[in-house]
Write a protein that binds this ligand. Sequence first.
Ligand code: FA5
Ligand code: MG
Length: 434
Amino acid sequence: MFIASVLGKFTTSRIIVYHCFFKRKYSNSNQIFINGKSYEVDSWTNVTPKIISYIGKNLHLQKSHPLSLLRERITNFFYFHYKNNRGNPLFSVYDNLYPIVTVEQNFDNLLVPEDHVSRNKSDCYYLNSKYLLRGHSSAHENELIQSGLDNFLIFSDVYRRDQIDSSHYPVFHQVEGVRLFLRHELFSLNPDAEGSIDVFEKGVRTETKQEVHTYDAARVVEYSLKSSLTALVRHLFGQNAEVRWVDAYFPFTHPSFELEMKFNGEWMELLGCGVLEHQTLVKAGVEDKIGWAFGIGLERLAMILYNIPDIRLFWSTDPGFLNQFNVSDINTNVKYKPISIYPPCPNDISFWLPGNADEFSDNDFYDLVRTVAGDVVEQVNLVDKFYHPKKKLYSRTYRIVYRHMEKTLTQEEVNKVHRLVEEAAERSLEVKIR
Ligand code: FA5
Ligand code: MG
């Protein structure tokens, strides 16, 4: 989300069209009702009824679901490895925080700049200009730190407008971990330092530390963070797991890193993490601590751990999928066996854009495909784009790969859905099918 680069702007006319599309599907009023609370529809509203229907599904809390097994295994790892001096678990766990958050929670508290791409309508599901479906579990860091917690985990569903393929889905799950240290707690991790580490200084920001932190304190926190996460990955995948650290950027951590793991011969990003920006702690009323945070995609871990080839399978209600995870020991090394593989049906869609190319966002189209066609869509890829100088029009061609998880689709069924996608694109995005 934070590395997303496509800046999709809505023209005024498209806001209205999208807005109407939304209202027509929803209700005739200017309000959206969710769990007894109403939200005023405004020009920021882009959440679809389909997306709202995921609220409360909480796959990570469903008995015997692979995401739930993973939640238990990660929780056990932290309970077992981190204890306070009374022998009780150090980390507390939050797994049912409400997914509708404010712009302040999702961005401002985390120092995300006003003009940062991750705030765009093309990247998030907004209820209106004030509220959105959380785009990451970091949205809850501030409130939990403010309530006095130093060590906690958050398991939650998160919502993002994103590309469509086997490892991206608009609703997925993350586990967030936060650990804060007072000066003496940092020393106790590193007895060799003999009390010589200062945590704070008035210094300069470098690649490895913030201006307020000493070099030594920043390195000890970075070491604590990386060793905890490496231990977790080895706990889940075994000692031979092939991993690597990559430098990264997040507005609320510095330095920041990503951890990647080899999966089917390719490096797959598992998580983002870093040393918390001191200012995020100050915003939560904490001035005397330093700490780390991480955010892991649970589906990514589960796909590698259980050999699950496609992210849509997590939403399957087919007993052929779910029963494979009905194990008495959560540490059982389940390897998912595909029930059978049904053939893919690729169909192309080509259209002229209503205006300039930079006013069109791929995510608008991806979202529309999802809303109209749902889970029979396996992938959508941009395969061609060009400008027609005589017509003065921009063209886009996308290949939509249809594939049902549980049966073979007939060409007739595919054509019907494809036609609906074309109609919806003409109506809501004002494109002209070629
Ligand atoms: C974040 O969401 C940050 N909040 C992570 C973080 C937390 C950084 C605390 C620093 C401190 P990112 O957008 O990279 O970062 O997502 C984190 C992880 O979620 C990714 O590494 C990946 O495992 C997973 N992920 C991201 N997008 C998707 C998606 N569309 N589908 C499935 N998993 C995803
Ligand atoms: Mg990332």
